[in-house]
Design a protein around this ligand. Structure first.
Ligand code: GDP
Ligand code: FE
Ligand code: FE
Ligand code: FE
Length: 184
């Protein structure tokens, strides 16, 4: 499918602000894919679809988890954790994506995981550093992303978990597995 066709199909599923974020992730992911020798078209597709489930109904997402055998631990978590795995399900079933690397990049874009592929790292990092993101330390993460993909991933997962601890939020086990993969 063409880029414009994907963009048209996701636009109606999210507010303007999220669509602009998605374009930012797409442009960042394509640049990182070129730099680190990943499939640029796969990066484009994964980026466009990464937040496709961001505004899906929580109960509907839990129904998908139950009926289609997604990780049952997801049932104890809210939309922030559900939208990655359910987004991958939508990409596979509504957008006919059959590239498992693209599906995993969407599935793990919020939490990361242990043993991430290059594409998974690119989408995780692009989601965090795209030009519309504004938080203390984002410039450092942007600079790291141009130096070394693993160093950037290490800094990004540390930043994410530090934020969750600081704001007293529970941490999904898969996020911890990702952190341990970089710090053990
Ligand atoms: P977005 O969809 O583009 O806003 O970005 P993400 O999908 O990366 O993250 C969505 C939200 O999930 C953010 O507010 C993160 O802080 C949050 N998040 C990421 N990992 C975890 C986790 O392990 N536990 C919890 N509770 N929230 C998380
Ligand atoms: Fe997301
Ligand atoms: Fe993210
Ligand atoms: Fe996002």
């Amino acid at each position: 499918m063409e880029r414009s066709e994907y963009l048209e199909r996701i636009k109606s599923r999210m507010p303007e602000k999220r669509f602009i974020h998605t374009i930012g992730v797409m442009e960042t992911a394509i640049q990182l894919a070129e730099k680190y020798g990943a499939d640029m078209k796969a990066a484009e597709t994964a980026a466009i679809l990464h937040d496709v489930a961001k505004y899906a109904d929580e109960e509907w997402m839990k129904t998908i988890v139950k009926e289609h055998g997604l990780d049952p631990r997801l049932l104890d978590w809210g939309p922030e954790i559900l939208h990655g795995p359910v987004g991958a399900w939508i990409a596979e079933n509504e957008f006919q994506i059959d590239n498992e690397d693209i599906l995993n990049a969407i599935r793990y874009h919020t939490t990361g995981r242990a043993n991430m592929s290059t594409l998974e790292k690119i989408i995780y990092i692009a989601d965090m550093i795209e030009p519309n993101r504004k938080f203390d330390g984002v410039e450092k993460l942007r600079a790291k992303a141009q130096e070394d993909l693993d160093k950037a991933m290490r800094a990004c997962i540390r930043h994410s978990l530090a934020f969750l601890v600081e704001t007293k939020q529970p941490i999904y086990p898969v996020s911890i597995e990702c952190y341990n993969d970089y710090y053990k």
